[in-house]
Design a protein around this ligand. Structure first.
Ligand code: ARG
Length: 485
């Protein structure tokens, strides 16, 4: 129907001029079409239960909403937004009585409710993809507890570690990302409905009831806060951007490792050059790396849009939430791709092992050994540093002994056995010796793996429980709506 049909919302008071399209969010509101229908249904059921709207009228409105649901978002006529367009469609279907749907509410509490309704599902999707990535990191780590690799600081070889220890470092970070997404969910899942424009309503609305019908855990109570708050978008987008930054570090490492021949990315996660026939490029992970730019940009746009907005509602808010939804889409996709890339990559065990011995990466272990024998660590550090300066690569025992003589006046072997020094110089032994909690020794990593698996299972349960609660609420709302058939 056209905007000037009888009964259209707000008739032609503002028919819109050149700015009509500029004002409209109808296209991007496709994201909250389903949410708006649910919010409309819950509101109408509550209005009927409270005796604010007659049951028969409620039944007609709910029937019209079913027709709108059936026809889909694309069937809506032009309008400022999905809320107005759905109301217009209801009025077109059943006449002026359809105008009772908007009793005791405003688009301000309506849109805030729709955003929260939709975003909570998106957050669960995002959390779930982080779980998949954590599983892949843990599974791959389990295969590589003994795969020694160089560890870096400043991108310089630092100390040998293992592929498992490296991968679990990312699992730990992604686990915190999951936690932040699930934390954000708790504050997203509160209902602003019933706040009306911001100032409440004289109608005897039951806010707890609409919250329950929509599966919210509680209310955003203060009506002015309820209509204007968008910090839930900030929190969710902040969690997504943080996770995207985690992914970008992992992606960057894998690009570097592929370059060094430490890891071979599956063809599915690589690309070729249109001119250089020999090339196999890590394009997919480069794009993952770039998604942090999108998410951080979205967060920054959101913060900037919200900064300094006066109470209570301002139309700027219409431009705020797309940044959050764009971040959801980009980050969820990047997480899935990263999980796929890690799951299909081949770690080049021999190349990693060889590289772990390069650059005297076991130097710290030799110093530790001397310190464990009783030398002050600073003196031990000096001996090993001097030996490193005198040798091209890893110093031999004779050099270490000579330097010890020069620094402390007796033989290296007065302090430690030949065998112990040889072991300290060996990357595999070096890793095995660092068995402190959270360290890279295979025993320590195996213990960490148990904790990791427990953590993933626990978070998976939380996601599942929340999904079930949302599905139960949808079924409950359907049942209540059916009573008006
Ligand atoms: N589409 C609008 C939004 O997303 C709905 C609220 C309009 N409210 C108003 N007072 N003009 O924010």
């Amino acid at each position: 129907m056209s905007e000037d049909a009888p009964g259209a919302v707000r008739r032609d008071r503002f028919s819109g001029g050149p700015a009509r399209g500029f004002l409209s969010s109808l296209a991007s509101d496709a994201r909250i079409f389903e949410a708006d229908l649910a919010v409309d249904r819950a509101h109408v059921v509550m209005l009927a239960e409270q005796g604010i709207v007659e049951d028969a009228v409620a039944g007609e409105i709910l029937g019209a909403l079913a027709a709108v649901a059936e026809a889909g978002h694309s069937s809506l006529s032009d309008g400022e937004d999905v809320h107005e367009a759905i109301e217009t469609a209801v009025i077109a279907e059943i006449g002026a009585a359809g105008g009772k749907m908007h009793t005791a509410r405003s688009r301000n509490d309506e849109v805030a409710t729709c955003l929260r309704y939709r975003l909570r599902g998106d957050l669960l999707d995002a959390a779930e993809t982080t779980l998949r990535l954590r599983e892949v990191l843990a599974e791959t780590a389990a295969e590589h507890t003994e795969t020694v690799m160089p560890g870096y600081t400043h991108l310089q070889p630092a100390q040998p570690t293992t592929v498992a220890h490296y991968l679990l470092s990312y699992e730990s970070a992604v686990a915190r990302d999951t936690g932040r997404l699930l934390d954000a969910y708790s504050r997203v899942n509160e209902s602003p409905l019933g706040a009306a424009a911001f100032a409440g309503t004289p109608f005897d609305v039951d806010r707890e009831r609409t919250a329950e019908l929509l599966g919210f855990d509680g209310l955003v109570e203060n009506s002015m806060d309820a209509a204007s708050a968008r910090d839930f978008l900030l929190e969710a987008t902040g969690a997504l951007a943080t996770h995207a930054v985690t992914l970008s570090g992992l992606a960057e490492d894998l690009v570097v490792f592929a370059n060094k021949g430490y890891v071979d990315l599956a063809d599915d996660y690589s690309s070729t050059s249109s001119i250089m026939p020999q090339k196999k490029n890590p394009d997919t992970l480069e794009l993952v790396r770039s998604v942090a730019g999108d998410a951080v940009g979205g967060l920054s746009a959101l913060l900037t849009t919200l900064k300094g907005l006066p109470r209570a509602y301002n139309r700027d808010l219409q431009n705020a939430h797309p940044h959050a939804f764009d971040a959801v889409d980009a980050v969820v996709e990047a997480t899935e791709v990263t999980a796929g890339a890690v799951a299909t990559a081949t770690w080049e065990t021999q190349a990693l092992r060889d590289a772990a011995a390069e650059g005297f990466a076991t130097a710290t272990g030799v110093a530790d050994l001397l310190a464990m024998a009783g030398l002050p660590f600073r003196t031990a550090h000096e001996i090993v540093a001097e030996a490193a300066a005198e040798s091209a690569g890893t110093p031999d025992l004779a050099t270490l002994d000579a330097v010890t003589e020069a620094v402390v006046g007796d033989s290296l072997f007065d302090h430690v056995s030949r065998d112990a020094v040889e072991r300290a110089l060996d990357p595999v032994e070096s890793v095995a010796s660092r068995d402190s909690v959270g360290g890279p020794a295979p025993a320590a990593v195996s213990a960490a793996l148990d904790t990791v698996r427990g953590g993933v299972a626990e978070d998976a349960e939380t996601v599942e429980r929340r999904r079930t609660a949302l599905a139960d609420a949808r079924a409950r709302l359907d049942r209540e709506v059916a009573r008006y058939d």
